[in-house]
Write a protein of this length. Sequence first.
Length: 258
Amino acid sequence: MRSWNAFPPAEVATVLALCALFAAPAAPHVQDGPAGQAAPAGQAAQAAPAAQAAQAAQAAPAVGAPAGRPRDASELLARFATMGGLEAAYEEEKHLALLAAPLKSRGRLYFMRPGYLARLVEAPEESTLRISPTELQLSGRDGVERIDLRQSDNVRLFITSLVQVFLGDEAALKASFEVSFETSPDDATGWTLTLVPRGAPLDKLMAQLSLHGEGVPVTRIEVREPNGDRTVTHILQADVARTFSDEEKLRLFGWKAP
């Protein structure tokens, strides 16, 4: 089982931000997860924040949604639309202090209720980051590494704090982050939502998270680390009505039908 410190915080932060953005509120009876099974007593209190994202977070709008810019952070959160699944293409740049040129990668992102997310890097080297209601899993050329979300307080706090962006509870969000929403008079649709951790342990993992959008959809996510490195992710296109066969659920998320 891999330790939290071994995971790249910027990569995880980006995935979780996207998960929160595109997660749909879960219906009382979930169809896409281990269907029909009530959580045993005591497990509800330990439910991973990735599942909370699916139950409480609001989603990014589909193509064709109104292009008007939100007036503030509250309106932005209120205008995220509901959806049940996602497939999105992205391109990413990692700007590292030790390198003159950024490291570039591209891939696809998949989301399925109630909190299953897969980030597949296609180039330059294949790797996969998966989030389930109970586990973070990273696989690549060095094998498979896992973090049990039920046993890592730091991971759980990190995920919960990021998911709060889209819960609509500004008081809870501002307890963990300094929040700012900015627009430009020269741009009728653009906006930037910036989060800066207020203190430990979040400020040890991430210095700043910025979401940039046009109208309501998010088009770019930027994560700055405490050492000055930054990761910029561009969302190229998204299918917010994606559904998955049982074979795809197993291949992409590791989900098996009961």
